[in-house]
Design a protein around this ligand. Structure first.
Ligand code: GDP
Ligand code: IMO
Ligand code: MG
Length: 428
């Protein structure tokens, strides 16, 4: 039975949360497989608006088992804060399960995220400051704290003490900050242990059993292809694999189980934080996109950098993720633009590149080569079929489909759950 991967094709905030929500009642489980509360997914259902950070978007669909996979880094305070806030609004969170192998974001990881950013000065990454990078660094350095460690105090204490041995030296002697107290860190983490215990499961085994039983499972990425630690605009990336490969390592579902990979892209491009962005608009057109698209971060509230659609990037996402279906969101935001340019290739030092250049130095110097499409003024938020779209809007999305090298399955025309044109079924 199928597992479906859903990834972002650009620099995040493409509308992945809404796309997962769209898959709806035929889904049995939604797995978050990477990242942590650096993500921010806004989902609009009728007049209700939900902002999720750590919980998988499937939590809003009754009957779905939401799963936090082993590839996620968990801030336990944020987890329980989010659960409580949803419960207060009448959302049932009782089916949530958490991998015993997921890593935990500690207070010293959060501090180190902010301190290292400050020390990077003008070379900073522009992180969300949630402790994501330092927690993944601990994981790879084999000094991380895992969910299962919370249930054995002696193991937890030994691990925290081991990690703080060097970190306290760094914090005090290099960064001029206070040392962390082992007992205080242990107590803070243990305070969550009893509430967490019933949620903790061997999630890889659970998923295998669900798939054997015929379940539909969605693996939902946080962040996006260009923020992936291997394939993104390194070092201006997040610290996990946000691409389809990460769905396997972050969940324990093997590649042979995956039947479809859905990529979500905006009809234009946005980015939060530092790093190259060839089609960025630093003029009033960028301001117009930010205003029309309400492009302010769900997590940090920062204004998102805005620019035109970048076809080589979307094609790159198709290749890296093995995309079988594209969902284009926020087409409605382009309504009213006189014309809509699309980057079709780059000029790097006088040489045309039809694909994303090999090195970051080249990418940083890439100047977009645009093809310009005529705009439209008609309100498209009520369109539910391709034929409902004005000819210029239809020509625009069909041209994008040609450029991204993968079939277009759905088009978003508004934030609401029903504001979508379904071109072909996302589930078999
Ligand atoms: P995610 O991180 O990929 O889940 O995306 P975010 O939730 O951070 O950002 C996407 C934003 O666009 C959210 O506020 C959504 O409600 C909104 N959105 C999603 N699809 C559409 C669409 O088709 N049209 C409009 N106008 N807004 C949309
Ligand atoms: P969703 O899931 C957009 C960006 C940060 C920063 C870089 C590294 O909502 O699409 P980190 O805190 O992860 O170490 O920051 O990655 N970033 C995101 N940008 N959407 C996100 O998530 C992001 N998660 C991280 O702004 O540039
Ligand atoms: Mg987001």
């Amino acid at each position: 039975m199928p597992a479906i991967v859903l990834v972002g094709a650009q620099w995040g905030d493409e509308g992945k949360g809404k796309a997962t929500d769209l898959l709806g009642s035929r889904i049995d489980a939604v797995v978050k497989f990477n990242g942590g509360n650096n993500a921010g997914h806004t989902i609009v259902i009728g007049t209700e608006k939900y902002a999720l950070h750590l919980l998988p978007s499937g939590i809003l669909t009754p009957g779905v088992t939401p799963i936090i996979g082993n590839g996620v880094v968990i801030d336990l305070g944020v987890l329980f804060g989010e659960i409580d806030a949803l419960e207060q609004r009448g959302v049932d969170t009782s089916k949530l399960v958490v991998s015993a192998n997921a890593h935990v974001i500690t207070s010293y990881n959060r501090t180190l995220d902010n301190v290292t950013e400050r020390f990077l000065g003008k070379h900073k990454i522009g992180t969300t400051g949630r402790g994501i990078g330092p927690t993944y660094a601990d994981k790879m350095s084999r000094i991380g704290i895992r969910v299962q460690d919370l249930f054995d105090e002696s193991v937890l204490r030994a691990k925290v003490a081991g990690a703080l041995n060097t970190k306290n030296q760094l914090l005090v002697k290099l960064y001029n900050r206070k040392a962390f107290d082992v007992d205080a860190v242990v107590a803070e983490l243990q305070a969550y242990a009893e509430r967490l215990r019933p949620m903790v499961t061997d999630t890889s085994l659970l998923l295998e059993q669900m798939l054997q039983g015929g379940a539909n499972v969605v693996l939902e990425a946080g962040q996006a292809t260009l923020l992936d630690v291997d394939f993104g605009t390194y070092p201006f990336v997040t610290s996990s694999n946000a691409t389809a490969g990460g769905a396997c390592t972050g969940s324990g579902i093997p590649p042979t189980r995956i039947s479809r990979v859905i990529a979500v892209a905006k009809a234009y491009t946005t980015r939060v934080g530092e790093g190259p962005f060839p089609t960025e608009l630093l003029d009033d057109k960028g301001d117009a996109l930010r205003l029309a698209g309400a492009e302010f971060g769900t997590t940090t509230g920062r204004p998102r950098r805005c620019g035109w659609f970048d076809a080589p990037i979307a094609r790159y996402a198709t290749r890296i993720n093995g995309v079988t279906d594209f969902v284009i969101t926020k087409l409605d935001v382009l309504t009213g633009m006189d014309e809509v340019p699309v980057c079709v290739a780059y000029d790097v030092d006088g040489v045309r590149h039809d694909e994303v250049p090999m090195t970051q130095a080249e990418f940083a110097r890439a100047v977009p080569i645009y093809e310009t499409f005529p705009g439209w003024t008609e309100d498209i938020s009520g369109a539910r079929t391709l034929d409902d779209l004005p000819a210029n809007a239809r020509d625009y999305v069909l041209a994008l489909e040609q450029m991204i090298n993968a079939p277009l399955s759905a088009i978003g025309v508004g934030p609401g759950r029903d504001a979508v044109i379904a071109v072909r079924a996302l589930l078999d």
